[in-house]
Design a protein around this ligand. Structure first.
Ligand SMILES: Cc1cc2nc3c(=O)[nH]c(=O)nc-3n(C[C@H](O)[C@H](O)[C@H](O)COP(=O)(O)OP(=O)(O)OC[C@H]3O[C@@H](n4cnc5c(N)ncnc54)[C@H](O)[C@@H]3O)c2cc1C
Length: 310
C-alpha cells in the first residue's frame, strides 16, 4: 500500500524551500514539488539589497543556487513535477501531479505569484517578440533600442532604471498623475537622461503582427489617443497569486490570495499557505522565508499532535 506522507509542499520558491528545511529538521515525512526551477521569482531579480545576511547586490539566481545547495545538504530532493489537483477524501489529501499520485495528511501551499497581464489582444502572441514581463531576463536584447515600461510602482521604476543603462530611450507609462514607487527610486529615475515619463495614459492597443511595433495610448479620462513606436514593452503592473489549483480547498480573498491566520493556517484545518500566494501585508523574500518556517512548525504540531513551546 502507498505510504501516506505527513506533508506535501507545493512550490519551491523561497517560502516552499524554507518550509522544506523546517519539515526536514522536524522529522516529518514529506515531498516538495516544483514545476519550474528552485527559487521561483528569484530568477527575475537583478540584485537583492534587503535580505539580511546576504551581501548587498547578490543576484537572485545566486540566492536560488544557495537554496538548492541548502536542500541538497539536508538531503532533500525537489520533485520536478507540477501539482495539478488536490482533493480531500476521508481525512487524507490525494495530490495529483504531472507524473503521479500521492497521499498526505497535510499540505503547505507555497505557489507564489505570476506577472499580471494587461489583458490586451496581441499581448500573449507578442510575448517574447517585443513584449516582456522581466527586464532582468530580457533587457539584454534591447541594447540601443526604444523601450517602454508600463506601471507606476516599485517594480516598474526598478525595471525602467535597469533598462536605462543600455536601452537608447525608456518611456515609463503610468495611468495616474504620480508614481507610487519609493522616493529614492523615483529620484534615481529623474536623474536619468534617457528616461521619459508619460503620466495619465493607459495602453489601448499593442501594435505589430510578428514583432512589437508600438502602442496606441489613451489619455485617462480625456480619451485622446496617440501612437508610440517601440522595440520593446515591459509590463510591470503587479502579480496575481498562483492559486487556481486550491480554490475549492481553501478560502481566498477577492483577488485570489489565500487567507490565513497569523500561523499560516488556511480555512482548511490541514492546509497552510505561505509566501506570495497568501494575503499578506509585505510581499518580500524575508517574509516569505519566515512564513515557510512557521507553516512547517504548525504542520508538525498538528500532524504529530505535539505542542512545542515555540
Ligand atoms: C522583479 C521582482 C523583483 C523583486 N525584488 C525583490 C527584492 O529586491 N527584495 C525582496 O525581498 N523581494 C523582492 N521581490 C518579491 C519576492 O521575489 C517574492 O516576495 C518572493 O520571491 C516570493 O516567494 P514565494 O516562495 O512565495 O513565491 P515564488 O518565488 O513565486 O515561488 C513559487 C513557486 O511555486 C511554483 N509553483 C506554482 N504553482 C505550482 C504547482 N501547481 N506545482 C508545482 N510548483 C508550482 C512556481 O513555479 C514557483 O517556483 C521581487 C519580485 C519581483 C517579481
Amino acid at each position: 500500500m502507498k505510504k501516506v506522507l505527513d506533508l506535501i509542499i507545493v512550490g519551491a520558491g523561497i517560502a516552499g524551500v524554507n518550509a522544506a528545511v523546517y519539515a526536514k529538521r522536524s522529522g516529518l515525512t514529506f515531498k516538495i514539488f516544483e514545476s519550474k526551477a528552485i527559487g521561483g521569482q528569484l530568477f527575475y531579480m537583478e540584485r537583492i539589497d534587503n535580505y539580511l545576511g546576504l551581501k548587498l547586490g547578490t543576484k537572485g539566481r545566486e540566492l536560488a543556487k544557495i537554496l538548492s545547495e541548502s536542500l541538497s545538504g539536508l538531503d532533500v530532493s525537489v520533485e520536478n513535477e507540477q501539482v495539478t489537483e488536490i482533493k480531500q477524501q476521508e481525512g487524507v489529501f490525494q495530490v495529483s501531479t504531472s507524473k503521479g499520485q500521492h497521499e498526505t495528511k497535510a499540505v503547505i501551499l507555497a505557489t507564489g505569484s505570476s506577472f499580471r497581464k494587461l489583458g490586451l489582444a496581441n499581448e500573449i502572441k507578442l510575448t517574447g517578440r517585443g513584449v516582456s514581463y522581466c527586464a532582468v531576463c530580457d533587457g539584454f536584447f534591447f541594447k540601443g533600442k526604444n523601450v517602454a515600461v508600463v506601471g507606476g510602482g516599485n517594480t516598474a521604476v526598478e525595471e525602467a532604471l535597469y533598462l536605462s543603462s543600455f536601452a537608447k530611450k525608456v518611456t515609463l507609462i503610468h495611468r495616474r498623475n504620480e508614481l507610487r514607487a519609493l522616493e529614492y527610486l523615483t529620484k534615481n529615475l529623474s536623474e536619468k537622461d534617457n528616461v521619459n515619463i508619460i503620466y495619465n495614459h493607459t495602453i489601448k492597443k499593442i501594435l505589430g503582427q510578428q514583432q512589437l511595433k508600438g502602442l496606441i495610448l489613451e489619455e485617462s479620462d480625456k480619451g485622446g489617443a496617440r501612437e508610440l513606436s517601440l522595440d520593446g514593452l515591459f509590463v510591470a503592473i503587479g502579480t496575481s497569486p498562483n492559486t487556481e489549483i486550491c480554490r475549492q480547498l481553501v478560502s481566498t480573498d477577492e483577488n485570489g490570495f489565500i487567507t490565513t491566520d497569523s500561523k499560516m493556517k488556511t480555512s482548511n484545518d490541514f492546509v497552510w499557505a505561505c509566501g506570495d500566494c497568501r494575503r499578506r501585508p509585505l510581499r518580500q523574500l524575508i517574509t516569505a522565508a519566515s512564513e515557510g518556517a512557521i507553516a512547517s512548525i504548525e504542520v508538525y504540531k498538528k500532524v504529530r499532535q505535539s505542542y512545542l513551546s515555540v
